[in-house]
Design a protein around this ligand. Sequence first.
Ligand code: NAI
Ligand code: HPV
Length: 410
Amino acid sequence: MQTSYPRQDIKVLLLEGVSASAVENFKRAGYSQVELHAKSLPDAELKARIADAHIVGIRSRTQLSEDVLAHAKRLIAVGCFCIGTNQVDLTAARKLGVPVFNAPYSNTRSVAELVIAEAIMLLRGIPQKNALCHRGGWTKSADGSYETRDKVLGIVGYGHIGTQVGVLAESLGMRVIFHDIETKLSLGNARAVSSLDELLERADVVTLHVPETPATQLMIRREQLAKMRAGAMLINASRGSVVDIDALATALREGHLAGAAVDVFPVEPKGNDDAFVSPLIGMDNVILTPHIGGSTLEAQDNIGIEVASKLIRYSDNGSTLSAVNFPEVTLPEHPNSRRLLHIHRNVPGMLSRVNELFSAGNINIDAQFLQTDSEVGYVVIDVTADAAQATVLKEQLAAIPGTLRSRVLY
Ligand SMILES: NC(=O)C1=CN([C@@H]2O[C@H](COP(=O)(O)OP(=O)(O)OC[C@H]3O[C@@H](n4cnc5c(N)ncnc54)[C@H](O)[C@@H]3O)[C@@H](O)[C@H]2O)C=CC1
Ligand SMILES: O=C(O)C(=O)COP(=O)(O)O
């Protein structure tokens, strides 16, 4: 279907080495202006580059704050080519009429596999043994080295990743307990515990799989670490903000914890050429990884296809299905109609004002779908009109007070 605004004029800005599968997907769909950067950009450059971008794709590192988004004058949609969307000011984007999409499942298995591998490595004391061998040392000993069988794995955040970690851990013979703020269906023999404290007190290995929210900010501090069993281990592949990293360093240094595996940090380098700084550097019993929990070729390839497809669908036909900050609207394509979009502040009487326009112009509405949330309304309208009429209608829609965006799609 030919779009009113030519696809080749739509600028797609992709940062942080988003997978080539995304670029291919855009190009195949006719979006020829795709700019790909290997890293996240410094704030000033980001503001400059985002100024004329219609679509922006990022991963977990790029911060799309209200201030940055205010520079994006032509932005129609944002894609987070990852799970977390905490790096985007979702409310600010919504108020600008910009839907944000992500890939909620594609890298979950990759994280779960890494966590299981780390649990085994930590229980065997491999990080410190490996480090010593590299320095010419030799510690052939069973001290502090355990099988996973019958050990208790405590999962904090029993969602898409947490549940998969639980299933894999049970296949190794671990006993799985979990804590979540929602009531969750237990898979296998996993058991919910009554509180985070109970989980910390009972688990041999604690693994964190919560999103970054105000409630998970520094969820694991000195007091929580002190509640963990002496000799227990902590794995964090969620967000760096969830753990007080200095308190973790102290608990490890003092020997209360036997080891840790950390993939995410309060401050992470912008790209592979930048230095990594952490109080955990130099601790042999800590596995440090550069936020690669979801970085497998399979996951990145699938994420590239998934998020690019969502962005293309929105740009081509207005579907906001699975947007994380926006009313979800999807309407089948009606090839013989013109499609208009109207995004507005959710105030009383908006739909009747939109519809008055069409009846005043004697324009027939072939199909219409409105969805609202507390702040924003989004309506897709298919009408019988020619291209010139559609352009006039778009301008008239834009003039309705409270309008955030109006577009003609085709
Ligand atoms: N290291 C990496 O490369 C990756 C990290 N992640 C991180 O992992 C997080 C989790 O991913 P998914 O499992 O897919 O998310 P999810 O949304 O499926 O699961 C999160 C679970 O945490 C629970 N939760 C939320 N707040 C909580 C709280 N205060 N206390 C206890 N439970 C709470 C939720 O109810 C939910 O069950 C993502 O938000 C992302 O930040 C995700 C992918 C890759
Ligand atoms: O999916 C997520 O939330 C992740 O943390 C993975 O982030 P990344 O795409 O590796 O920057």
